[in-house]
Design a protein around this ligand. Structure first.
Ligand code: R2B
Ligand code: URA
Length: 312
């Protein structure tokens, strides 16, 4: 088991997926409970050893749609393929694979994605995967930008606009680094310019613990502040470089950094929070917005695979 420097980074070639837990060595089999998978019951290297790209997103349905989309983009589409859910033994998360691309749903919020990432990182480690790039494709609320704009996260920040994630361990707060891979973010922005299908910006992403009061909404079941307080907070966020708000980027960035995964966050904005709180766009508009991060990440993956094929 690797127990090197906690912040082991991404190497240029053959970078493994790190775990930092000496206790894992003592386990006969490792049960990935929320995936319904395990080292004793599944041949993880055979199932996942070739994975090079992992895409994660909140909804199981969206991750299945992404799998079908990427299969078509990569020319790996099988008209008869059902794309079975690899985690069919549990209804916590859904997982799909096509070629070197693994798609996993993570639910909503920091606790849900953190549990998923513990098991995903162990899965990739047990499968001996190397040089893995991971991207979160999701939705968010924008600040002062046109709905439908895609934000590639430069830096995730907390609700006080600081670039940190606080994890409570044994009753003590441990502060973790949440820097994402800057070169990956820039490559994604460049891809978006080439794609030229929708507006894409790079900016800070605020990660909150709640959709309502945690994001200064006025339409939750409880609210103890005024419209003016809300506008003041969002304007201060904007001045701190925050372009959008969502609920998973900080722990995602922290855990990917610890495991040496090259990571990016790509979220579409569903509304401009300076203008309102309710997500009330039509189903069609919502659907087309949600496809934008998928298209961008799909384009990036295709380019990478073509470049690799060209150089081998
Ligand atoms: C974006 O959308 C979800 C809330 O509606 C949450 O998972 C997030 O980060
Ligand atoms: N997801 C969020 O977390 N916030 C929004 O405003 C929209 C989607």
């Amino acid at each position: 088991m690797d127990s090197k420097d906690e912040t082991e980074g991404h190497g240029l070639d053959c970078s493994p997926v790190y775990v930092h837990n000496p206790h894992l060595d003592a386990l006969k089999d490792d049960v990935l409970y929320h995936f319904g998978l395990g080292t004793g019951t599944h041949d993880l290297p055979a199932m996942f050893g070739d994975v090079k790209f992992v895409c994660v997103g909140g909804s199981p349905w969206r991750m299945k749609a992404f799998t079908k989309y990427i299969a078509a983009e990569l020319g790996m589409e099988d008209p008869n393929a059902e794309y079975p859910n690899i985690c069919a033994g549990t209804d916590r998360y859904a997982m799909y694979i096509v070629g070197p691309v693994l798609s996993v749903s993570h639910g909503m919020g920091i606790p849900s994605i953190a549990i998923m990432l513990h098991e995903l990182i162990k899965l990739l480690h047990h499968a001996h995967c190397t040089d893995v790039t991971i991207m979160r494709i999701g939705t968010s609320g924008g600040i002062g930008i046109e709905p439908g704009t895609v934000v590639v996260t430069n830096q995730s920040v907390d609700g006080t606009f600081l670039p940190r994630f606080e994890q409570m361990i044994l009753g003590k707060i441990v502060v973790r680094n949440i820097d994402l891979d800057q070169s990956l973010a820039e490559e994604l922005l460049r891809c978006s310019k080439e794609l030229n299908q929708f507006e894409t910006v790079m900016g800070n992403t605020m990660c909150t613990m709640d959709f309502y009061e945690g994001q200064a909404r006025l339409d939750g079941a409880f609210c103890s502040y005024t419209e003016e307080d809300k506008q003041d907070y969002l304007m201060r966020a904007s001045q701190a470089g925050v372009c959008n708000i969502e609920m998973e980027s900080s722990v995602f960035a922290a855990m990917c950094k610890l495991s040496g995964l090259r990571a990016a966050v790509v979220c579409v904005t569903l509304l401009d929070r300076l203008k309102g709180d309710q997500v009330n766009c039509s189903h069609e508009v919502l659907d087309s917005y949600q496809q934008r991060p998928q298209k961008l990440v799909g384009y990036y993956i295709k380019q990478q695979l073509m470049a690799q094929a060209g150089s081998s």
